[in-house]
Design a protein around this ligand. Structure first.
Ligand code: NAD
Ligand code: DAU
Length: 351
C-alpha cells in the first residue's frame, strides 16, 4: 500500500482531489494534512471519511515539529501539496500569513520529505500545486502563459506561490528530489468558499445582496471546472515527468462582467425570477490594489504529453455549480456564519 499525503485536503480543490483518490485508488492510504483554517471544512469530505483508506491529521504546515512528526509516523511515499492561503484580497491585508503558510509551510514539507526519503527517491514524489498568477498579468492581446513564461508575480499571494515554486525546483535541482509542479488557472465548482467571485456572487444573488464587481469588471480570468483540475492532478501525479512543470487551464477566458451577467441569467432561471432581476444587483466597487488585468493559460503541453482534456464546457460546469449551491444551502449558511461574516462586512462596507 502506498501512503499519500494530500495537504489542504479539506479545502476547495483539495477536497475534490481527496474524493477522487480515495474512491479511485483503494490500495492507497490517503492522509489529509490540514489545520482547518476558515477555508478548510471537514464537511467537504464527509462522503469519504468512513472509507478504510482515508485518514485525517490536523497539522499546521507552518509547525516544523508537527510536520516532521507526521512524516515520521506515516512515512509517506508521495505528497500532493495544496495547503495554502489562497485569497488575493486577504494577502493584500495580511501578507505575512501568506509568507508563513505558502513559503515556510512548503519548505517545512520539502525538508521533512527530504529527511524521510534520505536520498532514496525510488517510488517517491513531491507534487506541488501552484497557480497561473505566478506569471503576472497579460494585456488584452498578449499570447497565453506557457511553462516558460517568466515569473512576474504582483500580489503578496502570487509572490508567495512563486517563491514556493522556486523552493520546490531548488529541492529537485540541488538534492535530486523527485518533484513536479503544475500551475492552474481559476477553478470553479462545488465546495468553493464564498469569498471568491463565483460562489460569492451565487450567495449574494440568493440573498438579494449587491454583487461587488471590482473596477469596471474588465479583468479576464480563464475558468476551469474543479473536477477537471482534479483529473489533471491525478494524471500529473502518476505520469508527469520528474522535475517538470505543467500548465492547466480551461481555455475559457471571460471578463468578470461577462461572467457575472451569464451567472445572473442562470440564477434567474433556476430561482424562477424574472430575467434581469439579478443583474440589478451588480454594483461596481473600488478596484483591487494591483489587480492583474488578464490571465490565460496554454495547457497544450499537458494535452499533448499526458492526454488531458477538460470534460465539461463552461456552461455545463457553471450549471452543475449553481445546482450544487442551491441544493446545499446549509453548507453555505454554515461557512458564512460567524467570523467569515465579520470579515465580509469589513471588506465590502464602504468599498
Ligand atoms: P482553499 O483556500 O479553499 O483551501 C486551502 C486549504 O489549505 C484549507 O483546507 C486550509 O485549511 C488549508 N490550510 C491553509 N493553511 C494551512 C496550514 N498552515 N497548514 C495546514 N493546512 C492549511 O484553497 P483552494 O482554492 O482549494 O486552493 C488549493 C491550492 O491550489 C492552493 O495551493 C492554491 O494556491 C492552488 N490554486 C488554486 C486555484 C483556485 O482557483 N482556487 C487555482 C490554481 C491553484
Ligand atoms: O488564477 C488562479 C487563482 O484564481 C488562484 O491561484 C487563487 O487561489 C484564486 O483565488 C483565484 O484568484 P483570483 O483573484 O483570480 O480569484 P477571485 O475569485 O478572488 O477573483 C476573480 C476575479 O473577480 C478577479 O479579477 C477579481 C474579481 N472580483 C473578485 C471578488 C472576490 C470581483 O470583481 N469582485 C469580488 O467580489
Amino acid at each position: 500500500m502506498k501512503t499519500i499525503f494530500i495537504t489542504g485536503g479539506a479545502g476547495f480543490i483539495g477536497s475534490h482531489v481527496v474524493r477522487r483518490f480515495v474512491n479511485n485508488y483503494p490500495d492507497y492510504q490517503i492522509v489529509v494534512i490540514d489545520c482547518l483554517t476558515y477555508a478548510g471544512n471537514l464537511e467537504n469530505l464527509k462522503d469519504v471519511d468512513s472509507k478504510p483508506n482515508y485518514k485525517f491529521e490536523k497539522v499546521d504546515i507552518t509547525d516544523e515539529k508537527a510536520v516532521n512528526d507526521v512524516f515520521a509516523r506515516y512515512q509517506p511515499d508521495g505528497v500532493i501539496h495544496l495547503a495554502a492561503e489562497s485569497h488575493v484580497d486577504r494577502s493584500i491585508t495580511d501578507p505575512f500569513a501568506f509568507i508563513r503558510t505558502n513559503v515556510m509551510g512548503t519548505c517545512n514539507l520539502l525538508q521533512a520529505a527530504r529527511t524521510l526519503w534520505n536520498g532514496n527517491w525510488e517510488g517517491k514524489r513531491f507534487y506541488h500545486i501552484s497557480t497561473d498568477e505566478v506569471y503576472g498579468a497579460l494585456s488584452k492581446t498578449d499570447p497565453m502563459f506557457t511553462e516558460t513564461t517568466r515569473y512576474a508575480p504582483h500580489s503578496p499571494y502570487s509572490a508567495s506561490k512563486a517563491s514556493s515554486d522556486h523552493f520546490v525546483r531548488a529541492f529537485h535541482d540541488t538534492y535530486g528530489m523527485p518533484t513536479v509542479i503544475s500551475n492552474c488557472s481559476n477553478n470553479y465548482g462545488s465546495h468553493h468558499f464564498p469569498e471568491k467571485l463565483i460562489p460569492l456572487a451565487i450567495n449574494n444573488i440568493q440573498h438579494n445582496r449587491p454583487i461587488p464587481i471590482y473596477g469596471k469588471g474588465e479583468n479576464v480570468r480563464d475558468w476551469l471546472f474543479v473536477d477537471d483540475h482534479a483529473a489533471a492532478i491525478d494524471l500529473i501525479f502518476h505520469k508527469g515527468k520528474i522535475g517538470d512543470t505543467y500548465n492547466i487551464g480551461g481555455n475559457n477566458e471571460k471578463t468578470n462582467i461577462e461572467l457575472i451577467r451569464t451567472l445572473c441569467r442562470l440564477m434567474d432561471k433556476k430561482l424562477g425570477r424574472e430575467q434581469g432581476t439579478s443583474e440589478k444587483l451588480i454594483t461596481f466597487v473600488t478596484d483591487r490594489a494591483g489587480h492583474d488585468l488578464r490571465y490565460a493559460i496554454d495547457s497544450s503541453k499537458l494535452q499533448r504529453e499526458l492526454g488531458w482534456q477538460p470534460s465539461v464546457t463552461f456552461e455545463q460546469g457553471l450549471e452543475k455549480t449553481v445546482d450544487w449551491y442551491l441544493a446545499n444551502q446549509d453548507w453555505l449558511d454554515n461557512v458564512t456564519s460567524g467570523a467569515y461574516q465579520q470579515y465580509y462586512d469589513k471588506m465590502y462596507t464602504n468599498r
